[in-house]
Design a protein around this ligand. Sequence first.
Ligand SMILES: [Zn+2]
Length: 307
Amino acid sequence: MGVLLYTHDACLRHDTGPGHPERAARLEVVLAALEAPRFAGLDRRQAPAASLDQIALVHPRDWAERLLAAAPRAGYVALDADTVMSPASGEAALRAAGAVCAGVDAVIAGEGARAFCAVRPPGHHAGPRRAMGFCLFNNVAIAAAHALRAHGLMRVAIADFDVHHGNGTQAAFYAEARVLYGSSHQMPLYPGTGAASETGVGNIVNMPLDPGSGGTEFRAAWRHSFLPRLEAFHPELILVSAGFDAHRDDPLAALELDEDDFAWITAELVRVAEHSCAGRVVSTLEGGYDLDALAASTAAHVGALGA
Ligand SMILES: [Zn+2]
């Protein structure tokens, strides 16, 4: 079975304003990298819009409706110092969440073993009632909740290797034992959460890394802290918050990973998935702000997914 690729034009039209690091050029270089001949076998699909019922699995419906209504007819609206909406942002947010839900539906239906969602805005900072950190809806959390609700899964894992802690994802599932969440991230760094002592109901595994940590420390953390827990959890589905801002060239953080490290963790997650859930992995783009590093890292990740 092949690898599915979900994206949508609206994700390119989500405009965060001049000088913003989370910009459309990020998705442009990702999509260009995935046009290389080695990716000719990707099963390319349009991301559907998530339904409000799907969004409401994580974000209260009244809050989600107010967020969508906050998009301006022209120009920009800043929700906080770094989270901005433009006219296309509402559709982009719905398509981003819808992509990950559609990826879940497709891999469970056996249409592909794995899926990558090349979407923006990213999602893992968005809390149930709070857009923040470039994120509007929490795409991966909505997809996890959708897998529980629509497909009746009882064990869904989320692996998050973005350099920032996925505080919104953690908050969504802090008391939800059916979801195992593992995150490696630089600490201290925005948003400030993600200490190893934050363990939820035993389902949260935080792996804070000191600034300057590289592949050795990153791989040791996953190998010793999360991968054994993941194997023991025996997930029915693995979701990935694939941020590439832990790359050594990224301007927003100070970890020292390279493309090989992203390929390594991806291959490890696929290995566990092959063992426990017919290889089902659905990954979605989170951060990554150096365009060259982002393109190369995404290609390494999607290649390791099996494309
Ligand atoms: Zn990030």
